[in-house]
Design a binder for this molecule. Structure first.
Ligand code: SF4
Length: 689
């Protein structure tokens, strides 16, 4: 039995796995000691992947309505309905909603079909909900969506700052790396409204008021400037500073004002500011607590400003580091699989549109950015999107205001869902369901948080009629009339084309480029070892902007709204350690269910006493969007006035805990990322224990 090297199906850490097939759909999973992301370690989710490869709940044949259908019939129907809709209502009347679970080759083809052949940019992804504020922030500051850090920077840092990230639960292998560095003497500061497991182990925890991150980061920069650690030479040589930058920054950025805005003890804030000012080798990691906000892009830029102004970028152990949620969120960014990007880190500038159209030999090219996720589902609800293809994701649970998303799906004239799961909350509304190959059955590549590209390799043949996503997409493209442009026999061909586009007519102004891979043979592709693109970005002080300079972005703390009379509390949402998204995979692993058996609403003891809530009792959480039932957990880890609930449970997994029904569909103006962290809410006891 030979071990096959592949990559974990879950998070953006991108851990390497050695998988040994031991029987009929039986596999032994071990960490790959040679993979640079994890060096042989795995967290609980990765360790139990072998429990999730059975056929329970799988979709094994194409379905038209409730009837089984042949691939020919199902694909012909999908192609015809999309073609007819476009002919009648134009290219912007159709949309794809895809996923960071797709492999890069799948993502590339979906993007090519929509933007180059259908001629619309209405392809967005569930990564919009995860890291699009980081993309917008990077682009504003650096000119291109570049993550400047690597995991080795963690190993070299003397101070590690985690902002809005429960890393111990959500990126456990990165957290193990952080712990190892702390054991060697580095300090750990956690900035998070909740006292999470990560915060428990920090040298300093700042439990700031939700949404006050810009004030806190601007205060850190004002302090650093007063302490003389702004890098004037770097700013002069490599960074454009807006005229109003420092005067705006100084307003309200003194220690006492920031402490009041953030509701943290001045002494704790001072400790962080002094530590930051004194530690050149600082890595600041941030995740959903920063990104999933209606001010997410400004929050990202406040962090990037801090690192740019102090010259803590492009050097070992010194960088801002956005960590991605999904296994291939980064690969999706590379192919341009967001409605707001065109392809290969290019935007919709006329020269880019012409360049990509030439490369694809496409009949048309999307003229402008398309609908971002929340807008896409809003337009669906208003009847302007008339045909939608959902690939490998479950928006009826994961989108904010999920109740309205369900109504929109139910009203849409034609919905296609390609997924490995027979029935999801979203596919319940599908006219056609297409059986996709699952993790362990398909070949391709993924890119993790630190730009390392790894292979996913098939362990088993796809069961029943299941097919890889790239195959399904190319068959629809061919049946829509573009036979030559979608004539692929294997993912390696798509990979080579993607790599060619990454450096096609690139004059060096884009950092993302994979020239060495364009000529990789099939055997090279099969044998591909993990590799990172981009080297150490910005080490030479050059940035991919027109003038080669980075940009400080003037950002100010927005006023934080007063509590509403009917919804006086603030609802935060997030993940549990052993579950993933809407549990379609982790729900199959019994051992993973033991960590948290049901969805809990965490409540501060003062609120519990005031509202007659008891630990273990039941309570109904309400927001302007809807209500859902949870078991109560009274916890001093919560700030008074704030609630926390997990995102994973669905109609199909529980009668309560349907968190998707609760957040408002409000988004960041730059990134379009919805805010999941600060929803006005109420809570009422249903039963006490
Ligand atoms: Fe998989 Fe993420 Fe765990 Fe690594 S840290 S084993 S990628 S879930």
């Amino acid at each position: 039995m030979t071990a096959i090297k592949t990559t974990c199906a879950y998070c953006g850490v991108g851990c390497g796995i050695r998988a040994t097939v031991t029987g009929d759909r039986q596999v032994r999973i071990e960490g790959d000691p040679d993979h640079p992301a994890n060096r042989g370690k795995l967290c609980s989710k990765g360790t139990h992947l072998g429990e999730t490869v059975g056929l329970e709940g799988r979709l094994l044949t194409p379905m038209i309505g409730k009837r089984r259908a042949s691939w020919d019939k199902a694909l012909d129907l999908v192609a015809k309905r999309f073609r007819d809709t476009i002919a009648q209502h134009g290219p912007d009347s159709v949309a794809f909603y895809v996923s960071g679970q797709l492999l890069t080759e799948d993502y590339y083809l979906a993007n090519k079909l929509m933007k180059g052949f259908i001629g619309s940019a209405n392809i967005d992804t569930n990564s919009r909900l995860c890291m699009s504020s980081a993309v917008a922030g990077h682009t504003r500051a650096f000119g291109e969506d570049i993550v400047p850090a690597t995991y080795e920077d963690i190993d070299a840092a003397d101070l590690i700052v985690l902002v809005g990230s429960n890393t111990a639960w959500c990126h456990p292998i990165i957290y193990q790396r952080i712990r190892a560095r702390c054991d060697a003497g580095a300090k750990l500061v956690v900035i998070d409204p909740r006292r999470t497991e990560t915060a428990e182990q920090a040298d300093l925890h700042l439990a700031l008021r939700p949404g006050s991150d810009v004030a806190l980061m601007n205060g850190a920069l004002a302090w650093a400037r007063a302490a003389g650690v702004v890098d004037a030479d770097f700013l002069t040589a490599s960074v454009t500073t807006p005229e109003d930058f420092w005067t705006t920054l100084d307003e309200g950025s003194d220690l006492w004002s920031v402490a009041k805005t953030c509701d943290v003890a001045p002494a704790d804030l001072r400790r962080f500011y002094e530590l930051f000012a004194a530690t050149p080798r600082t890595v600041t990691l941030f995740s959903q607590g920063i990104n999933q906000s209606t001010t997410g892009t400004d929050q990202v830029n406040a962090i990037l400003n801090l690192h740019l102004a102090t010259g803590r970028i492009g050097k070992p152990g010194a960088a801002p580091f956005s960590i991605t949620g999904q296994p291939n969120a980064m690969g999706g960014r590379e192919v341009g699989g967001l409605a707001s990007t065109l392809a290969a880190h290019m935007d919709f500038a006329p020269e880019n549109r012409a360049r990509v159209q030439r490369f694809w030999a496409a009949p048309t090219i999307a003229p402008k950015p398309g609908l971002k996720a929340v807008d896409l589902f809003r337009e669906l609800g208003q009847g302007r999107i008339k045909a939608l293809w959902i690939m490998a994701t479950n928006p009826a649970v994961s989108m904010p205001d999920a109740g309205a998303v369900r109504e929109a799906l139910a009203a849409c004239p034609f919905v296609v869902v390609s997924d490995v799961i027979a029935e999801t909350d979203s596919s319940a509304h599908a006219h056609v369901r297409l059986p996709a190959a699952a993790w362990g059955e398909k070949d391709g590549t993924v890119t993790n948080s630190d730009r390392t590209i790894s292979r996913q390799r098939a362990l088993f043949p796809p069961p029943g009629d299941a097919k890889p996503d790239w195959w399904i997409i190319k068959e629809v493209g061919r049946r829509m009339g573009w036979k030559t442009a979608f004539a692929y026999d294997r993912p390696a061909e798509i990979w080579r084309e993607h790599c060619r586009l990454s450096h096609y007519e690139n004059d060096g102004s884009r950092l993302f480029a994979l020239p060495g891979q364009s000529s990789a043979g099939n055997a090279d592709y099969d044998a591909m070892q993990p590799f990172r693109w981009g080297g150490t970005p910005f080490a030479d002080g050059h940035f991919p902007t027109a003038d080669g300079r980075a940009r400080l972005v003037t950002v100010t703390q927005k006023p934080l709204p007063a509590p509403l009379r009917d919804w006086p509390l603030t609802l935060n949402t997030g993940r549990y350690r052993d579950h993933w998204h809407t549990m379609t995979r982790t729900g199959l692993a019994p051992k993973l269910a033991r960590h948290r058996e049901e969805p809990l609403v965490e409540v501060h003891p003062d609120d519990a006493t005031r509202l007659n809530l008891t630990d273990g009792g039941l309570a109904r959480v309400g927001t302007p969007q809807g209500t859902s039932l949870y078991r109560v957990s009274v916890s001093t880890g919560q700030r008074p006035g704030e609630l926390f609930v997990p995102i994973h449970w669905t109609d199909r997994t529980a009668t309560g805990g349907r968190t998707g029904l609760l957040p408002r569909p409000l988004t960041d103006p730059y990134s379009g990322q919805p805010g999941f962290k600060r929803t006005p809410a109420s809570i009422a006891a249903v039963a006490t224990r």
